[in-house]
Design a protein around this ligand. Structure first.
Ligand SMILES: NC(=O)c1ccc[n+]([C@@H]2O[C@H](COP(=O)([O-])OP(=O)(O)OC[C@H]3O[C@@H](n4cnc5c(N)ncnc54)[C@H](OP(=O)(O)O)[C@@H]3O)[C@@H](O)[C@H]2O)c1
Length: 323
């Protein structure tokens, strides 16, 4: 198969080459990958900072879409089925062995490129809104880094879960583009973020913050919360360091939770995939939920794609076309 070769810290840009096809273990199917999503985790892995969990492929790539080549007896995953999937590694290749519990049918109205943009953003949004964040219908959620690959799907899923959605970012112009995805208000990062959120919530603040950026803005993300509000830290594109007023956490009785998707066991990923698919597949089919794609690169130009994600400025996901 063609694949991005496993990370070599002495050469931190991705190299495409030939590797043997993966051999599926029991409970896995072999998929001909047509497209794979790109994530910050891949950039970290390429630099030697984020190895795959034990038992997962050391080829980069956490999500893909394609066609089942070798199915599993008695399962719905038979040769020729169009699928999309979250994986612990191995997606940025022309073949991947994928646990059956992490496969989802690719809705007929979506291309492979669109399908590859869904699993990581969708499952990250689902686990953090529903499981970690405990989002309830009618609550207000603030999503930071809302224009990014994760954020642009999270705002839609939050809306479909019945929340009022505030989108935060550094550029009003970019945030305004999210209005098409059904957000209620835009909030600019900076000293007055909490003030804008209060104004949008009759002085109350957000019930939940889904934080993809953290860093120097983390304090204002906390300050945007209502009493007893929850904040889930998912990403640190802003920086891993932050200064926090612990008095705010105490006096408002806030909950701050950290969350990682990739490290979760396969059984948990299968449960999350099942829950997400039941809720979201009908909504993907009728267009209430849609992947947001910034750019597509052929696999052979993976180095440019990695560079583009690292530079920032994408609106939605960057995808590698593998076929
Ligand atoms: N914990 C998990 O399980 C998990 C899963 C998936 C992703 N993640 C993490 O989630 C984060 C977001 O991923 P993504 O794929 O959405 O990334 P992305 O596509 O690069 O989007 C990040 C967004 O954050 C904003 N941003 C970029 N640099 C920033 C900075 N220095 N300070 C403040 N804001 C900045 C940008 O929006 P504006 O330019 O519009 O402000 C950008 O659209 C990453 O850190 C990723 O590793 C974690």
């Amino acid at each position: 198969m063609r694949a991005i070769l496993p990370a070599d810290p002495s050469h931190p840009t991705p190299i495409v080459g030939e590797l043997p096809d993966p051999i599926p273990e029991p409970g896995e199917v072999l998929v001909a990958v047509e497209a794979a999503g790109l994530n910050h985790a891949d950039l970290h892995q390429m630099r030697g900072h984020y190895p795959p969990p034990a038992g997962e492929s050391d080829v980069p790539g956490l999500e893909c879409a394609g066609v089942v080549l070798e199915g599993e007896k008695g399962s719905p995953w038979q040769p020729g089925t169009r699928v999309m999937a979250l994986v612990g590694g191995g997606a940025q290749a022309t073949r991947a062995a994928i646990p059956v519990g992490q496969l989802m049918p690719l809705p007929d109205n979506l291309s492979f490129i669109e399908g590859a943009a869904i699993p990581e953003a969708a499952l990250t949004a689902w686990v953090n809104l529903v499981v970690e964040g405990g989002l309830q219908t009618g609550e207000t959620v603030l999503v930071t880094g809302a224009t990014g690959g994760m954020g642009s799907f999270t705002v839609q899923l939050a809306r479909e879960l019945g929340a009022r959605v505030l989108a935060a970012g550094r550029s009003r112009e970019r945030l305004e583009l999210l209005r098409d995805l059904g957000i209620d208000e835009v909030c600019l990062e900076g000293a007055n973020l909490a003030g804008q959120v209060k104004e949008a919530t009759n002085g109350r603040g957000a019930d939940l913050v889904i934080d993809y950026t953290a860093g120097p803005d983390f304090g204002s993300h906390l300050a945007a919360l209502a009493p007893r509000g929850r904040l889930v830290v998912i990403g640190t594109v802003g920086s891993r360091r932050a200064e926090v007023d612990l008095g705010l956490i105490l006096s408002r009785r806030l909950k701050v939770v950290g969350s990682l998707l990739r490290a979760r066991p396969r059984e948990e990923k299968a449960r999350l995939t099942e829950g997400f698919a039941a809720f979201a597949l009908p909504r993907l089919l009728d267009g209430r939920l849609r992947p947001v794609i910034d750019r597509v690169f052929p696999l052979e130009r993976a180095a440019e794609a990695y560079k583009a994600l690292g530079q920032g400025g994408a609106f939605g996901k960057i995808i590698l076309a593998t076929a």
